[in-house]
Design a protein around this ligand. Structure first.
Ligand SMILES: Cc1cc2nc3c(=O)[nH]c(=O)nc-3n(C[C@H](O)[C@H](O)[C@H](O)COP(=O)(O)O)c2cc1C
Length: 353
């Protein structure tokens, strides 16, 4: 097995046994207002939307995890069947392994095979060459391209990348060459206002927070004999703060909130704040290994029921409506936003018209 393939399987093995965090995702500080008289039936709640030209039934992205190994092939098949069944979006893990070894393509392509009409995202490093980016899009007949930003993970890895200069120019070249929209995604350390503004200026119109609170690749790499020795476990921006940072710029971008989204309540909070979609990765993998692929649909069915329930209790029949409801940001997230001169009234004074 190549070093890269071994690393991919290591990530899956270790992430299964890693707890979330240690930092929280920040949504414990976000409060939706309960409405005792919602005047809605549950069946009226419609969480569908058009995204990247495809119809989604729910605002959920099964986020990038795997491919490139036999194990990854099986997981990708199961996750893509799930995405197809529920009408949610799905991304594959980094496809660079399939560029150097074409035999590994099938473990990614299976995602499109089982879900021919669904919303599928390709994935590669933001440091990849533009021609490589075009190849991974083509491999998936992808609706969008995720470019992952993972500087802390690379620095934690003994064999990791050490040269990051020129990344923004590279993203800009990929964005102008790409036939599909480009999504810049962090992998668990969060996007700041500054990073979001730079990415937008480089031509990226969709940003994935990939914030703290869930999977932590510094912790995972340290378990693989990384270089940080536990000292950087708390590094990064919690997902709720990252989301608020990006939204406060009021740029014409769409935002995906990923990083420690576990409960339907947290998902509803992220969408209410202004996220277009929420992304989830590790919980689905953990369930796959603990209870098998058969457990995934029932898990998601219950989770989506709870998501609809939260919408109903805030008196919101759809995504647009919940984004007009007032919400409160308190505690550490409020302190964070105040320190960054971001006005919480952007959310608490809604509707703003
Ligand atoms: C096992 C594993 C492998 C991952 N591989 C990738 C990857 O190849 N490319 C990528 O952009 N993100 C990758 N991620 C990051 C996820 O897409 C997501 O951003 C991150 O796990 C935070 O979400 P979570 O807290 O719900 O797990 C991976 C996550 C896990 C758990």
């Amino acid at each position: 097995m190549s070093i890269r393939a071994k690393r991919k399987d290591d990530h899956i093995d270790i992430s299964q046994n890693c707890a979330d965090g240690p930092e929280k995702n920040g949504f414990e500080d976000v409060v939706l207002i309960h409405q005792a008289v919602p005047e809605l039936d549950l069946e009226q709640i419609d969480l569908g939307q058009q995204f990247l030209g495809k119809s989604l039934r729910y605002p959920l992205l099964i986020n990038a995890m795997t491919g490139g190994t036999d194990q990854g092939h099986k997981i990708n098949r199961a996750l893509s069947e799930l995405a197809c069944q529920f009408g949610v979006a799905i991304a594959v893990g980094s496809q660079s392994i399939a560029l150097s070894d074409p035999e590994r393509r099938a473990s990614f392509e299976v995602v499109r095979e089982v879900n021919p009409h669904g919303l599928v995202l390709a994935n590669i490093s933001a440091l990849a060459r533009p021609d490589e980016a075009l190849q991974v899009i083509d491999m998936m007949q992808a609706d969008g391209l995720q470019l992952h930003l993972n500087v802390p993970q690379e620095l934690a890895m003994r064999e990791g990348e050490r040269q990051f200069k020129g990344m923004l120019d590279n993203i800009s070249h990929i964005a102008s060459a790409s036939p599909v929209p480009v999504i810049a995604k962090e992998v668990g350390f969060g996007l700041s206002q500054e990073s979001a503004a730079m990415l937008f200026a480089a031509g990226v119109k969709i940003l994935d927070t990939g914030g703290q609170g869930g999977t932590n690749f510094v912790v995972i790499e340290d378990r693989r004999q990384g270089c940080f020795d536990g000292e950087l476990d708390h590094w990064g921006i919690p997902t709720a703060a990252s989301l608020a940072e990006i939204l406060s710029l009021q740029l014409p971008v769409q935002v995906i909130a990923t990083g420690g989204i576990r409960t339907a309540v947290d998902a509803a909070k992220a969408i209410a704040m202004g996220a277009q979609l929420v992304g989830m990765a590790a919980p689905l993998l953990k369930l796959y290994f603990s209870q098998g692929a058969v457990a995934l649909p029932e898990y998601l069915r219950q989770w989506l029921y709870r998501l609809k329930a939260v919408f109903l209790m805030t008196s919101a029949a759809d995504l647009t409506s919940i984004q007009e409801k007032p919400l409160i940001i308190k505690g550490q997230t409020q302190a964070w936003l105040e320190a960054r001169q971001i006005d919480c009234r952007l959310w608490s004074r809604r509707p703003n018209h």
